[in-house]
Write a protein that binds this ligand. Structure first.
Ligand code: C2E
Ligand code: CA
Ligand code: CA
Length: 547
């Protein structure tokens, strides 16, 4: 075909036109980009001058290369072309181009690439491609993003292969690949590493090692359970198991991809040594943490039903050491492990709706204690910690109203402690809910104030009555000037907005007097009383155990 100096088709031979799906007449006068896809140029670069055909015009030299042609039906096909200038009487009139379709050659190349990067038996990425993805992961992600490499090895595969023959073994490997593929998510890479070994790369699980460990563990457990399901090969049922080694890493790992692989392999061999059919982390403490979390989550479900939760109260006093109120703090009386602190099970409960079940138990219990106080003639304020997840629940308010009705508790005695994390999204909806509860007489307190990123603008819009200064600031304030400054700022913000301040974790006289010198606050801390079962404090303050 020929193009003029403006890049329009001047002549097209019938064979070339046919290849493009046109008749020669249709193409004459059309611009070259109707048929040429300048794949090396993006739209913003498109100009005559960066185009190789035009360099033929300007340089008056023959030029050859590879490009994509656009067929009339919109599809692309690769071509190899030669372009030469048409020169008459010293003037360049255009270019003449010859080309050939190289689709087959390209396909052959792709096949070679496929052979180099994919396993021919299972069609999965092979070790080379996995290592490649692994090293890409180490270059592009942020320092803190954790990923996991999971190595999966079929137990006793050699025995099966020897006893039943290689064909059987191959079918088994294909079946395993199919099964594993069903369990992976978009973005994960499942590869075949060696005869009976697969690898699963779980990229960017998050920044918290514990949470990532749990996620990788869930995937590994899922694989183990699915592997145990019998597979039918040649009308024969066969059951296999697998051993799994996991390593968590981020881009800071020393030793790069080889080290990651070595770690996962070490974990895998540990499992093999103990008989297989299990998973293990290279980071052994991770195995324990994940195991613990798993167990706690499972047992916590039953704990609520088995009445193993206990509600403790911690007193809050004013500067004259008069009782101001109590904060309710939950504990778990485990039948074997004894009293477990909420610091251990609340974060786990918060990852699922378990926290709602737990929160409902706490509120029900707290409101019935509050009602008992009123009945006994000892009314007291009671602060209850409320998880954002629970607060966000659709029917939270109707549910709470029901509990007020059934217990007979007075909403004016309840303080709901919420954290700044409640205010991250759907702020308008949250504020509306807070106003509704506030109009019932319920008070709000911002817990752990100073650890989040509250904007003062938001605080002004919220119906809150109280700020609780986090114990980390209180404890260091007498010694550390920046903590002292922060406490002073909170005190002045609270004063400005007319809010109560509760200082948490007051343990020493120094801490108490630091505060006393600066503002009128409410004190909560071991110096004034630890969390104890309600009866202990009722006896102390009211000389009456009405629990
Ligand atoms: P929090 O709401 O900040 O509770 C204060 C924690 O500080 C309590 O720990 C309390 O025992 C402890 N504390 C009080 N005074 C002192 C002190 O002088 N020194 C020291 N070192 N610690 C002091 P606890 O009871 O282990 O509770 C831990 C966290 O668990 C609570 O922190 C709260 O976030 C959560 N939590 C407890 N009960 C509940 C509940 O019923 N629901 C929800 N959603 N979370 C709860
Ligand atoms: Ca609290
Ligand atoms: Ca707190």
């Amino acid at each position: 075909m020929g193009l003029d100096t403006a890049g329009n088709h001047t002549f097209v031979n019938p064979a070339a036109a046919k290849m493009l799906g046109y008749s020669p007449e249709e193409l004459i006068g059309q611009p070259s980009h109707a048929t040429w896809h300048y794949s090396h140029l993006d739209d913003s670069d498109y100009s005559e001058h960066n185009c190789p055909i035009y360099s033929t015009l300007t340089n008056r030299r023959t030029f050859s290369g590879e490009e994509w042609f656009i067929h009339k039906d919109g599809s692309f096909f690769p071509v190899k072309y030669n372009s030469s200038p048409i020169i008459e009487e010293g003037e360049c009139l255009g270019v003449v181009l010859s080309f050939s379709d190289i689709s087959e050659k390209k396909q052959a190349e792709e096949k070679i690439i496929h052979l180099a990067y994919y396993d021919s038996l299972t069609n999965l990425p092979n070790r080379v491609l996995l290592m490649d993805r692994l090293s890409q992961l180490l270059t592009i992600r942020s320092d803190h993003q954790q990923s996991a490499l999971v190595l999966i090895n079929i137990d006793r595969f050699k025995n099966i292969n020897n006893a039943r023959g290689q064909t059987f073994g191959n079918i088994l490997l294909q079946a395993t690949a199919t099964l594993l593929l069903k369990l992976v998510r978009d973005g994960d890479t499942l590869a075949r590493m060696a005869a009976d070994e697969f690898a699963l790369l779980l990229p960017n699980l998050g920044s918290q090692a514990e949470v990532c460990g749990r996620d990788a563990h869930i995937v590994a457990e899922k694989i183990l359970t699915h592997m145990e399901q019998p597979i039918i090969i040649n009308n024969e049922k066969i059951s296999i198991t697998a051993s799994i080694g996991i390593s968590l890493f981020n881009k800071k790992i020393k030793g790069g991809t080889d080290e990651i692989l070595r770690r996962a392999a070490t974990a895998l061999h540990r499992v093999k040594d103990t008989g297989g059919n299990q998973c293990s982390f290279f980071e052994t403490d991770m195995s324990e943490i994940v195991e613990q979390r798993f167990l706690i989550e499972k047992e916590l479900h039953e704990a609520i039903a088995n009445d193993e939760l206990r509600l403790f109260l911690q007193p809050q006093v004013d500067s004259k050491l008069q009782l101001f109120g109590f904060e309710s703090l939950v504990r778990w009386q485990h039948p074997e492990r004894g009293l477990i602190s909420p610091g251990i099970f609340i974060p786990i409960a918060e990852e699922s709706d378990l926290i709602i079940e737990l929160g409902e138990w706490v509120l029900q219990k707290a409101l019935s204690l509050s009602a008992k106080g009123d009945m006994a003639g000892h009314p007291f304020r009671l602060s209850v910690n409320l998880s954002p997840r629970h607060f966000r629940k659709k029917n939270f308010i109707p549910w709470l109203k029901k509990i007020f009705n059934s217990t007979g508790a007075d909403p004016n005695h309840l303080i709901l402690e919420v954290t700044e994390s409640l205010l991250i999204d759907n702020i308008n909806e949250i504020i509306a809910k807070m106003h509704e509860l506030s109009s019932m007489g319920i008070h709000f307190s911002i817990d752990d104030f100073g650890t989040g990123y509250s904007s003062l603008a938001y605080l002004k819009r919220l119906p809150i009555h109280e700020l609780k200064i986090d114990k980390s600031f209180i404890q260091d304030a007498p010694l550390n000037t920046s903590d002292a400054a922060l406490v002073e700022t909170i005190l002045s913000v609270a004063k400005h907005m007319g809010l109560n301040v509760v200082a948490e974790g007051v343990e020493t006289e120094e801490q108490a007097s630091f505060l006393k010198q600066r503002a009128k606050v409410i004190y909560q801390g071991y110096l004034f009383g630890k969390p104890e079962p309600a009866g202990v404090w009722f006896k102390h303050w009211f000389d009456d155990d009405f629990t």
